[in-house]
Design a protein around this ligand. Structure first.
Ligand code: FMN
Length: 181
């Protein structure tokens, strides 16, 4: 049994759902898991009591949040001292407008800019939650998504997350920790 932290950022909530799904998968294995939404209060985050850390973040306008980048940079040594994993959530990562090469570029850029080298990484398809967007955001999203060949009917939401792949990622991380202990 391992102590695991999943720290994430999420604007419309999909990354939060993915983080909770990973937590549930790991708990079913018998691991002890905490989830934490990254925010200002994470300045003094103490990773010493965790065997492993998973970091997750969504993409908006081509970037992961700068404050998560700063957090990872600050925690680089602590992360290097234990098993760690990173998952990036975006529309490029799944769905009809998926662009796997772009999703990989987002992920690589984050790791390059933080100098962090996690043992596991994944790009995961997110969600289009038109019902949660303000009118201006809805309009922008129909342009971006339409250009990429995605769903532009704003009367409903769309989820492109492959939950099986999410479980597999969490399980693979848990197994690495078990193998190490
Ligand atoms: C305003 C906005 C901008 C976005 N920009 C991108 C983008 O540049 N590339 C991409 O692949 N996905 C983009 N997305 C899709 C999000 O990554 C996706 O909706 C994800 O599920 C959001 O996760 P969250 O709910 O955890 O914040 C964007 C979404 C919104 C609402």
């Amino acid at each position: 049994m391992a102590n695991i932290l999943i720290v994430y950022t999420s604007i419309e909530g999909q990354t939060a759902r993915i983080a909770e799904h990973m937590a549930q998968t790991l708990r079913e294995r018998g691991d002890r898991v905490e989830t934490l939404r990254a925010e200002g209060s994470c300045r003094d985050l103490d990773l010493s009591r965790f065997d492993g850390v998973i970091v997750g973040a969504s993409i908006h306008y081509g970037h992961h949040p700068a404050y998560l980048r700063a957090l990872v940079r600050r925690q680089r040594q602590q992360l290097a001292a234990r098993q760690s994993a990173f998952f990036s959530v975006s529309l490029s990562g799944g769905g009809p407008g998926a662009r796997p090469a772009s999703a990989q570029r987002y992920l690589d850029k984050f790791l390059r800019r933080t100098g962090w080298q996690p043992q596991l990484t994944a790009s995961i398809g997110g969600a289009l939650q038109y019902s949660k967007y303000a009118p201006w955001k809805k309009w922008i999203m129909t342009k971006i998504v339409g250009f990429a060949g995605g769903n532009t009917d704003t009367t409903r939401d769309y989820e492109y997350t492959d939950w099986q792949a999410v479980s597999n990622f969490a399980r693979a991380f848990g197994e690495r920790l078990t193998a190490r202990n």
